[in-house]
Design a binder for this molecule. Structure first.
Ligand SMILES: NC(=O)c1ccc[n+]([C@@H]2O[C@H](COP(=O)([O-])OP(=O)(O)OC[C@H]3O[C@@H](n4cnc5c(N)ncnc54)[C@H](OP(=O)(O)O)[C@@H]3O)[C@@H](O)[C@H]2O)c1
Length: 322
């Protein structure tokens, strides 16, 4: 099968299109014929082998898993003897291992039926970003009538967070660059702040919940625009330490949280059938839609990764496989 393989850590040049064997799948796994995959900052980090602390997981000197890609959509090709509920030909989406390839393995806990109103490309754009948005909003107990601030509202997580927060009945302000203002408004944001023209932290507005996908502001600046009992979720963002990544900021947030009236903690999103199904239901009900910025053929996966690495994606970048 064709796959995007890397033998060493580094910039996108390490990604090569090669012919390799189909992955062997265990009794407890499903083999998926990948139709599309999407690119996440996590793929970029695994490719680079950063932060260094992550090499305990990625592999110390070279990548432990040589084929990149986590988010996928496709059809079930094979089902392990211990797996129930899936049959060859089922159209699925979720997360797997080695999604930038014609075939990838996945555990059944991380796969659900593809929403009927989405193409494979659209479905592949959903999993990690939508799961992170949903799980962050839930961690903040966001409910109708609350004021929500989404920083990085035009990106992968942000575009889902704006829509899911609106579906919960919140009043949403999105912060993004000038090229994303119309997009974020079209997703339902009540107010959009173009960060090149206005400083969201300078005004009088106070928010019940803040999801920060960018990390370019101090925790003190963010706390200043959070109500007394509000919740701040700092996501890793672009500007992090090469050795420890966002851990320093996360540690500061968690150490501070017990001593202030506000709740401040990161979330670590994870794929599970219940949350993927909840997202699929929001999509089928027309309350949430994936936004695709660009699509690249499998052979150009390195270009997809370069584009994501520039840090100004609008929605998601998708790799089409077949
Ligand atoms: N906690 C978890 O489990 C989890 C899961 C997935 C991802 N993450 C992390 O969450 C972060 C965001 O992920 P993502 O997939 O949404 O990334 P993304 O798709 O690359 O989006 C980032 C967005 O931020 C915008 N941006 C850049 N500078 C900005 C600024 N100063 N103010 C407001 N927006 C700005 C960018 O475009 P414009 O500048 O054009 O607006 C872009 O749309 C990443 O650091 C990722 O590692 C965490």
């Amino acid at each position: 099968m064709k796959a995007i393989v890397q033998d060493r850590f580094g910039a996108a040049d390490v990604l090569q299109l090669r012919e390799i064997d189909r992955p062997a799948f265990k009794e407890t796994e499903v083999l998926v014929r990948v139709r599309a995959a999407s690119v996440n900052p996590a793929d970029w980090a695994f490719m680079q082998g950063v932060p260094n602390i992550g090499r305990f997981v990625f592999g110390w000197r070279k990548p432990r898993i040589r084929v990149r890609g986590i988010d996928l959509a496709g059809t079930v090709e094979g089902v392990g003897a211990g797996v129930t509920g899936f049959a060859p030909g089922d159209e699925v989406f979720g997360q797997g291992t080695g999604a930038f390839a014609e075939y990838a393995t996945a555990t059944p806990e991380r796969l659900v039926p593809k929403p009927s109103n989405l193409t494979f490309e659209q479905a592949a754009a959903v999993p990690m970003a939508a799961l992170c948005a949903l799980q962050a909003l839930r961690a903040g107990h966001v409910e109708a009538g609350q004021k929500v601030l989404i920083i990085g509202a035009g990106g992968g997580i942000g575009t889902f967070a704006v829509q899911i927060a609106k579906s919960l009945g919140a009043t949403v302000t999105g912060v993004c660059g000038p090229s994303k203002v119309d997009l974020v408004r079209s997703l339902g944001a009540d107010r959009v702040v173009d960060y090149t023209a206005e400083d969201f932290a300078a005004g009088d507005e106070r928010y019940d919940f803040i999801l920060d996908n960018v990390s370019n502001r101090s925790l003190a600046d963010l706390r200043r625009v959070l109500v007394r009992k509000g919740t701040l979720i700092p996501n890793s963002g672009q500007f992090y330490h090469r050795r420890i990544g966002p851990m320093g900021r996360f540690m500061r947030a968690m150490l501070m949280s017990p001593f202030v009236s506000q709740t401040i903690h990161p979330v670590s999103s994870s794929a599970n059938r219940k949350d993927l199904t909840a997202i699929a239901e929001l999509i089928e009900a027309g309350q949430v839609r994936p936004v695709i910025d660009r699509t690249y053929p499998l052979a150009s996966a390195a270009d997809a990764m370069r584009y994501l690495g520039e840090g100004h994606v609008g929605g998601k970048v998708v790799v089409t496989v077949a």
